[in-house]
Design a protein around this ligand. Sequence first.
Ligand SMILES: Cc1cc2nc3c(=O)[nH]c(=O)nc-3n(C[C@H](O)[C@H](O)[C@H](O)COP(=O)(O)OP(=O)(O)OC[C@H]3O[C@@H](n4cnc5c(N)ncnc54)[C@H](O)[C@@H]3O)c2cc1C
Length: 490
Amino acid sequence: MYVPESGTDGWKKKRSETHSSSVPQTPHGSPLPAPPMPSASLRLAVIGAGAAGLAAARELSREGHAPVVFERAAAVGGTWLYTPPATSSDPLGAAATHSSLYASLRTNLPRETMGFLDFPFAAGAAGSEDPRRFPEHEEVLRYLQAFARRFDLLQLVRFETEVVSVRREDGGRWAVTSRKLGDKGTGEEEVYDAVVVCNGHYTVPRIAAIPGVNAWPGKQIHSHNYRVPEPFLDQVVIIIGASASAFDISRDIATTAKEVHIADRSAPADTCEKQPGYSNLWLHSMIDRALEDGSVVFQDGSSIKADVIMHCTGYLYDFPFLGDDSTVTVDDNRVDPLYKHVFPPEVAPQLSFIGLPWKVIPFPLFELQSKWVAGVLAGRTVLPSKDKMMGDVKAFYSKLEARGWPKRYTHNFSNYQFEYDDWLAAQCGHPPVEEWRKQMYAFNAKNKKAHPESYRDKWDDDHLVAEANEYFKKYMEVWTIVLQRLNLVV
Ligand SMILES: Cc1cc2nc3c(=O)[nH]c(=O)nc-3n(C[C@H](O)[C@H](O)[C@H](O)COP(=O)(O)OP(=O)(O)OC[C@H]3O[C@@H](n4cnc5c(N)ncnc54)[C@H](O)[C@@H]3O)c2cc1C
């Protein structure tokens, strides 16, 4: 298994070998105006109330802070707040919606793995309505809402309030300007000791470059704006991508479209395969070019007259509110420089990012990152010097390059998420991620690869499900009693 050791400190080292200490020290020898020393009474801004923002708010609150959570939407949940079909004039752009969920979406991870470490996402838990292992998206929203209520997080959130600017002040504090939805003014500026960015990264579409597409007469849409298959009735649709979304959406659209053709850039040039179980679904190599007469040509020279090209080609990291003084830039989807994907060394710990890694189990990772940030801000955990953090980042990049990974895979954790999780856990004095969760993740990956059409309904890791449910019991009993007392269980 490929595990890049992250430079000078190495993710695999134990807490005692790295930088934690019971005696708070200066976080780094910055030549800039000294940032405020971590203390237990910081004024903190969290941007976003999705799963990452909720995790951050809980951990910061547990450290005795009262963070202010800014949320553009009218409710918590972020990605999991489904928004109905977008009537966007820009079907390739992010338009007005944040969430990229389509109506038929069921989770692609088993629910037992998905939940926060001490708040099981178990079938039958308080508020649960869909007991399936891979439930509908509404079930995830219900779970996040229950989490927010259980930990009293709603009172921390300023809803329908967008952060428009985050600017560094003298003394290392941050001026945060926010604006109420519909407010045409310049917004309200407040000063915070630290800012935790949790704005998500599945909203700004990445589009495939297709030679000739500007003269091609069909319609293009990004999966961000896809909701239901009905608008594609009797059409010929080309779907670009090989991700979970491309797979699911191609099957969804095949229920109404005349033909669906998937263009996969990793497929050999001569690929043209009818997909088993479907009369109207094919797999091809990548698109070579699009023509004025409506044809789309694949790499093997074959062509199809198509009505729609759907880009299931992923998303871009975007922090439109950050100025140059954040010291962070985004280049080819590398958010740079970040120590362990969280802290920009120059301004750590007063600026941090929760939730950048992908190909992970997101919620537990958000939780552990949040614990680490909260511990550092409280002065219980100490970061290495600025130079050491920068050295670590550079060494990590060198390892990625040596292994031939492109820049855009900087935050792709497919092979080492658990080493990272366990490193974070060690920083916080938290036990490592449970063994059953790690094994279940691996089982699911294997099952999904072998049975992509049916992995959500057939599996062979019931022994792990039993282990997880046994493990959950201690939490379930406590949370059910607490939620009943709060009158949240019917
Ligand atoms: C199609 C799809 C399927 C997925 N399936 C799964 C799955 O099965 N299992 C799984 O675990 N994960 C899945 N994920 C990953 C999912 O994104 C994460 O689980 C998680 O919800 C991400 O949380 P987040 O808080 O980082 O971001 P988000 O959920 O995107 O939340 C960010 C929040 O920040 C707010 N915000 C952004 N900018 C501002 C601003 N300037 N001011 C104020 N508020 C702002 C947004 O309104 C939003 O509420 C899926 C993602 C997608 C897109």
